[in-house]
Each structure stands twice: as C-alpha cells, then as structure tokens.
Design a protein. Structure first.
Length: 170
C-alpha cells in the first residue's frame, strides 16, 4: 500500500491531520527526557513509560528508530483517538508486509493506567509509548510540517488540544 492510503485511512478514522515523514524529518533531542522526569505527572506511573520498562538510553532509541525510513504523523484532538488510529495504521502496515511497523502515541486506552493500582496492563498488545518519551522533540518535528502545536497555558480537559502520534514504517 502507499503512504497516501495510510494517510487517508487515518483521516477517515477521525484524525485532524496525517502527514508522511522521512526519518530525517524527526527531531531527536535527549533533553526531552528532562521534561519527562521533571514535568510529567505520569512519569513512572504508566506501563508505557519507557524509562521504567526499558534499559535503553536515548541514543539507543535514536539508533533503533533511525532504522526506519519513513512513517506517518497523526494529529488528533484527543489522546484516545490518537492511540486508536495510530495502532490501526500500525496493524495495517504490518498486514501489508511492513512487519517492523511500530506506532508511538501517548497511551489513552484507559482512563487511568492499571499500573497506578499495581495491576497488569489491560491492553499489552496495543499500549505504546509516546513518541516524545523516547527522545523525540514533538514540537520541533510537527512544526516542520506546519502542524499546530502550542504549550498549554493551563490544565483544562475541555480546552482544544493537539495530540500527535507517529507510526514508524520500514
């Protein structure tokens, strides 16, 4: 299948935007981990937090992801939709022969991660880490495509937001 097919599928599922990227378009920056450790309310409290589950460094994530040549960035108004769409695109890519396809989105499958109650992940086959959580500067990356992203000035669950996920394809 073509990249346009995956873009059209993402848009038909409710994405506000979907664009193809080349791996060279991805802005890696290890400083992102500082914001995770010292700014994320969910740091270490979610099964998808890579710093709690993986011994990989930011450089190792960069090396692994650099093995991909392209992918799709998906923009959505909410986290759950972003997760659902990116996982479906990953699944379709896999079925189309891209067996290393991997989606990254801030997991929104549960209202609260089961880890908060010391329980196993309820969706271990679908849960994925956010693509900022492995050292990708999401702001810089999506701005390269003219996609909207702003710092939230205050926490308001009803305020419009821009959630981004990515499917890495090879």
């Amino acid at each position: 299948m073509s990249d346009q097919t995956y873009i059209e599928k993402a848009l038909s599922m409710g994405a506000a935007s979907a664009v193809k990227f080349l791996i060279s378009d991805i802005a890696f920056d290890s400083r992102v981990v500082l914001k995770c450790i010292f700014g994320c309310d969910d740091f270490g409290r979610a099964h998808t937090c890579p710093y709690q589950r993986s011994p990989l460094s930011m450089d190792e994530y960069r090396k692994i992801l650099s093995g991909y040549s392209w992918g799709i960035i998906i923009g959505c108004p909410d986290k759950k939709t972003s997760q659902k769409i990116s996982y479906e695109i990953e699944r379709r890519c896999f079925m189309d022969g891209y067996y290393f396809a991997f989606s990254m989105s801030d997991c929104g499958l549960c209202g609260q991660c089961a880890k908060a109650n010391d329980q196993a992940c309820r969706f271990p086959k679908q849960a994925r880490p956010a693509f900022h959580s492995v050292g990708i500067d999401v702001f810089k990356t999506v701005r390269r495509f003219g996609l909207p992203i702003d710092v939230l000035r205050e926490r308001d669950d009803n305020a419009p937001q821009n959630w981004y996920s990515a499917v890495f394809i090879e």
